[in-house]
Design a protein around this ligand. Structure first.
Ligand SMILES: [Zn+2]
Length: 145
């Protein structure tokens, strides 16, 4: 069942757009009295959400859910285009624990695949400009260089 978007140029030269739910397949619109220029096209709602759309009626109004997009009465799922946003999955941080040479501390070396950054909790990381032996070792394991 199509939704008709009907626009006409009024006497002030402004476009006015109205949307009709057309229960029949024929347009059957009479342009008389709508001003010098009219435009008719099929309208589709766009639904940008991870979840697929559904139609909900509340208080005499029709909404496309989730998202509370108000739609004209009679809208069906066929009138809604589902645009699924791309969800970027956060890559898991790689953590390697190394016992200090004295054997009294545990250093954590982390690699963040999203940013490509390495961090380490050992004291040598500052001296080496964030390139301590733990980071070097981990980088070699991940990148092979
Ligand atoms: Zn380190």
């Amino acid at each position: 069942m199509p939704i008709i978007e009907f626009s006409n140029l009024n006497k002030y030269g402004n476009w006015r757009t109205r949307r009709f739910y057309n229960p029949t397949t024929s347009y059957g619109l009479k342009p008389d009295g709508f001003g010098p220029s009219i435009m008719v096209k099929l309208h589709k709602y766009t639904h940008k959400h991870v979840l697929p759309p559904c139609i909900m009626k509340l208080g005499g109004k029709t909404y496309i859910m989730p998202g509370w997009q108000e739609a004209i009465e009679g809208t069906t799922l066929n009138d809604v285009i589902h645009i699924k946003p791309k969800v970027k999955k956060k890559a898991e941080t790689i953590i390697v624990e190394t016992l200090s040479s004295k054997g009294d501390k545990m250093y954590k070396t982390r690699y963040y695949p999203d940013t490509g950054n390495f961090t380490c909790t050992c004291p040598g990381v500052w001296m080496s400009g964030n390139n301590c032996k733990h980071i070097k070792k981990l980088r070699l394991e991940i990148n092979g260089k």
